[in-house]
Ligand binder design. Structure first.
Ligand code: NAD
Length: 423
């Protein structure tokens, strides 16, 4: 097939494009819809200069990509990571389009990012970076057009600065411009833990269908100890399962007797990472992926399950907390193996965008819900989505990922066809 506009070409973009193309073929997608969905609607590249505390100026590239808005305003996180590039952001924006459609939200897909390692920055440097990046993308975002949220390397505080910068420049307070804000600023109760909590909801639904009991005989390995990995750890531990391995960017830990979330969090906060935690053996991130365990939760970066390690995985289930953790070649091998039940990213980690949607709705109506209401609504949406995907996969004898993409792409296609082509 002839390739167009290769500016966003990257391994991750090709992977999600291949997933889309394969699914589109299987469902005989309308040809015009196909050509529009395989590339993003709009991409913005900005240059972000900001002052360091020593007075020098750093200049870094920033991005915002809107993949598709057929179902409603675009929605997707902002990532601060040194590897961020247009291709990665475009790939993640496409995944957001599938995710919002799959869980039935009236939203499209977007993603943004800045190519910087945020860890060495001071609080003031991060604030100046965030405010300048927000100013650069100001005309691209808005509560009715494109609503950012946190992703890797960003936080509630970063969202507060984005909201404040946008509001100052517009001349009035606009809480609905970003989600994942602090609760004191119009954030939603339950938003912080929602992506990790949603991962565990889908694990509960999957184990129910497969007839597994979730108790202390079930072992779990989690890559990533941030917002998603941390919350998934907490919730799966509460169900009585044993988390035997965890990792972050500083390295991994293994303890076959089980690790404690509370102890590890206290250590990690004190030492800026989990490296050196005394009550476990040190392992690498790669070793964590191939450890014997029942459930593997990749919850850090993308492209970690590959054609090289997919044949060596010893888990029985993968719940994809991260976005795009499995390459298309890795996925092919898992499908051929057939002995690993995969809950794909667009389903497993959709709890984040779902509660972001709740936050946006609460901000627009200036009426806030209790955490119990949020969690009940989230549980209902995740369970319905799981049921739909599982039923589609069983009925048509296809993988859970293809089933999820099939359902999402059909909904978007229906909206695009009925809206028609402008002008
Ligand atoms: P975070 O910044 O809070 O945490 C990321 C974790 O991954 C940290 O523990 C970090 O040390 C670790 N990490 C970073 N690079 C790594 C590497 N190369 N190897 C191993 N570990 C590494 O980010 P997060 O919000 O938890 O996001 C994690 C993943 O979940 C991302 O793929 C993100 O796109 C996805 N996600 C996030 C949300 C959300 O709302 N935050 C929602 C859905 C999906």
């Amino acid at each position: 097939m002839k390739r167009i506009n290769a500016e966003w070409d990257s391994p991750l973009f090709r992977d999600v494009q291949i997933q889309f193309e394969d699914t589109a073929k299987k469902i005989s997608l309308d040809e015009n819809v196909f050509h529009r969905l395989r590339v993003p609607d709009r991409t913005l590249i900005v240059t972000v200069p900001f002052r360091m505390d020593d007075g020098s100026v750093r200049v870094v590239p920033g991005y915002r990509v809107q993949h598709n808005d057929a179902l409603g305003p675009c929605k997707g996180g902002i990532r601060y990571h040194e590897d961020v590039n247009l291709g990665e952001v475009a790939a993640l924006a496409m995944l957001m389009t599938w995710k919002t459609a799959l869980v039935g939200l009236p939203l499209g897909g977007a993603k943004g990012g800045v190519a910087i390692d945020p860890r060495p920055l001071t609080r003031q440097e991060t604030q100046r970076l965030t405010r300048r990046y927000t100013a650069e993308i100001l005309n691209f975002i808005g509560p009715e057009t494109d609503i950012p949220a946190p992703d890797m390397g960003t936080s509630e505080q970063v969202m507060a600065w984005m909201m404040d910068t946008y509001s100052q420049l517009k001349g009035h307070s606009v809480p609905g411009v970003v989600t994942g804000k602090p609760v004191s600023l119009g954030g939603s109760l339950g938003r912080h833990d929602a992506p990790g909590r949603g991962v565990v909801y889908t694990i509960r639904d999957a184990t129910d269908r497969l007839g597994w009991k979730l108790d202390d005989k079930v072992t779990v390995a989690i890559q990533g100890f941030g917002q998603v990995g941390g919350a998934a750890f907490k919730d799966i531990e509460l169900l009585g399962c044993k988390v035997v391995a965890v990792s972050d960017v500083t390295g991994g830990l293994h303890n076959p007797k089980g690790l404690s979330y509370e102890k590890l969090k206290t250590f990690s906060d004190a030492h800026q990472g989990i490296k050196g935690y005394p009550d476990a053996e040190a392992i690498t991130n790669e070793e964590l992926l191939t450890l014997p365990c029942d459930i593997l939760i990749p919850a850090a970066t993308g492209g970690v399950i590959t054609k090289e390690n997919a044949p060596k995985l010893k888990c029985r289930m993968i719940a994809e907390g991260a976005n795009g953790p499995t390459t298309s070649q890795g996925d092919k091998i898992l499908n051929e193996r057939g002995d690993v039940f995969v809950i794909p990213d667009v389903l497993a980690n959709a709890g984040g965008v779902t509660v972001s949607y709740f936050e946006w709705v609460q901000d627009l109506q200036n009426f806030f819900w209790s955490e119990t209401e949020i969690n009940e609504k989230l549980r209902a949406i995740m369970s319905r989505a799981f049921h739909d995907v599982y039923t589609e996969a069983q009925t048509r004898k296809i993988s859970m990922r293809t089933a999820a993409l099939t359902l999402a792409i059909r909904k978007i296609s229906a909206a695009m066809l009925v809206r028609g082509l402008f002008p």
